[in-house]
Design a protein around this ligand. Structure first.
Ligand code: MLC
Ligand code: AMP
Length: 505
């Protein structure tokens, strides 16, 4: 029975004793061992009542077993919904509820609190810890190591990835099998991945970058991965000489550059460094080349579309640009007010169309209609221009969004919480430059007339609600927020005012 994603990315390796994953301590896991574990998980999912089209929400630490759950979901035809491990219970409640996830897999520490949430919608909770142990493994242990592959079509949904909205409510981006598969195959070829490749994988596997770009590209090419739980500079330095390729957010590159051990010799076995998820400063690109002789290949994508553009593998990788639209991806620059296409060189909103573009937002037809045009073009919310040589430059965002270390943070979500705190009349949250994370969060508060806000208490309140990476790294009180004649807060003025908060002088 057909299941294109399984047939192309996993089935070719059934029975293969070739190494698929090498772990931090040097242990290797073959494709065969990985897939046997995945097959057992897949039977466990079925026995737990999941049927094709059901949602499986997972908030688990990165491990080979965690990745095997992804393979299991694909085989079982279940929609995979990975969640950032930093999310608090209060954030998770929304995702579980909104997706009506039939099963939640989480770390043992969250089992009790999530069981309460899951119970309300008639779902179950199983566990998997950072060492790959937990109740799901116990259930799977005696199951068959042969897959029962669910019948799925190219247009069937394979994953939901939640992406926050400018109103503060997250939207489940629905990705089909074909969205994921077509992009993985395209990128594998474009970046010339082969079975000889060893990808140094230190990204989280709950986002597009670490899961659908890094992992799927390796699966599409037959290569292997050095699979690390997270970015750790010493481990990276140890593993770079054993790798051929790496994918990272710009913070990976600035951290490597700030380590004196990182030099030309350490990277001589590498053929490719890829950057994305946030802007790579041209300065970082130039420093990297000077230090190692390698030119970082920058590409541009997003949750809703997978990858849209890439600098060339063989041609000129131009610093400060995200390269050309990928084959089969149409990209145009349009007037944000009228939607009409602009001339070469003009700045406007970036719109994309292709097999990579998602199906819409789960149960949010009005939001889907606002961003995904009837003719298939998706309005990315990024602002850019195309230069005379066809290179795309991203010059800003038409959406109120902060990207910190590759994680998206929506100011509105934080402002809603700040506004509720005692002593706060109103607030504005802005992103300012940060030497490690690229951008970071500053919360600007106007005190109300009677009580003065207690910043420590406000920080504590935020801690209980929002993931750590979203917390303002600075909270300040101002007399008033700058506004234009229409009464709109002028965030650009606040960004300018606090621009030097974290940058070395
Ligand atoms: C961790 N912290 C962050 C943070 N990551 N704060 C802001 N932004 C981040 N990205 C917090 C920690 O909780 C900690 O809090 C403090 O900052 C310092 O932590 P650290 O140990 O220095 O950070 P580390 O764990 O090393 O993580 C940094 C990182 C990580 C950059 C390695 O964030 C990361 O792996 N980012 C990758 C994100 C990613 O994969 N994005 C792809 C999205 S897909 P405290 O205060 O308790 O010390 C996408 C589409 C596309 O965008 O195009 O790819
Ligand atoms: P996400 O919703 O997490 O997938 O984040 C997608 C957003 O990250 C895009 O809309 C861009 O704003 C940003 N992004 C991704 N890659 C790049 C890049 N190479 N340069 C600049 N911004 C990028």
């Amino acid at each position: 029975m057909p299941n294109p994603l399984f047939d192309e990315l996993f089935a070719p390796y059934l029975g293969s004793s070739q190494t698929f994953l090498t772990l931090a301590d040097g242990t290797t896991i073959s494709h065969d061992a990985f897939l046997k574990q995945a097959a057992q998980f897949s039977h466990a999912l079925r026995d737990l009542g999941l049927r094709p089209g059901d949602r499986l929400a997972v908030q688990i630490e990165k491990s080979p077993e965690a990745l095997a759950i992804y393979a299991a979901a694909v085989a079982a035809g279940v929609i995979f919904l990975p969640l950032n491990t930093a999310y608090t219970t209060s954030e998770l409640e929304y995702f579980i509820d909104n997706s009506s996830a039939k099963l939640v897999i989480c770390g043992p520490d969250k089992q009790e609190s999530l069981a309460e949430i899951a119970f309300k919608i008639g779902s179950n909770v199983e566990t998997l810890d950072a060492h790959g142990q937990g109740s799901l493994v116990d259930i799977a242990r005696d199951k068959s190591t042969k897959f029962h592959v669910a019948d799925r079509g190219a247009d069937d949904l394979a994953a939901f990835l939640y992406t926050s909205g400018t109103t503060g409510r997250s939207k489940g981006a629905m990705l089909t099998q074909d969205n994921l598969l077509s992009n993985a195959q395209l990128l594998s070829e474009y970046w010339q991945f082969t079975s000889e490749d060893v990808l140094l994988h230190a990204l989280p596997i709950f986002h597009t970058h670490g899961l659908f770009v890094a992992t799927n590209v390796v699966l599409a090419s037959g290569g292997s991965m050095i699979f690390l739980p997270q970015f750790d500079i010493d481990q990276m330095i140890d593993d770079l000489p054993k790798s051929t390729s790496m994918m990272g957010v710009p913070t990976f590159y600035t951290r490597l550059l700030s380590d004196a051990r990182f030099d030309k010799q350490l990277t001589q076995h590498m053929r490719l460094f890829i950057s994305g998820s946030a802007p790579l400063l041209a300065e970082t690109h130039i420093q990297f080349e000077a230090r190692t002789g390698h030119r970082i290949l920058e590409r541009y994508g997003m949750t809703e579309t997978n990858m849209n553009t890439s600098n060339p593998y063989s041609g000129e990788r131009r610093a400060g640009t995200v390269g050309h639209p990928l084959p089969g991806v149409e990209l145009k620059i349009t007037d944000p007010a009228k939607g009409s296409e602009l001339a070469v060189g003009e700045i406007g909103q970036i719109e994309v169309r292709g097999r990579n573009v998602f199906k819409g937002y789960w149960q949010m037809p009005e939001k889907t209609a606002a961003e995904l045009r009837e003719d298939g073009f998706f309005i990315t919310g990024d602002l850019g221009r195309i230069d005379a040589d066809g290179y795309v430059h991203i010059v800003g965002r038409n959406k109120d969004l902060i990207i910190s270390g590759g994680y998206n943070i929506y100011p509105k979500e934080i402002e809603l919480i700040l506004d509720e705190q005692p002593g706060v009349q109103e607030s504005a949250v802005v992103g300012v430059p940060h030497p490690d994370f690229g951008e970071t969060v500053v919360g600007v508060i106007v005190a109300d007339d009677e009580t003065s806000p207690d910043l420590k208490k406000i920080s504590d309140a935020i801690s209980g609600i929002l993931a750590r990476f979203k917390h303002p790294k600075k909270l300040v009180i101002v007399d008033e927020l700058p506004r234009n004649t229409m009464g709109k807060v002028q965030k650009n003025l606040l960004r300018d005012r606090f621009a030097d908060s974290f940058m070395p002088h």
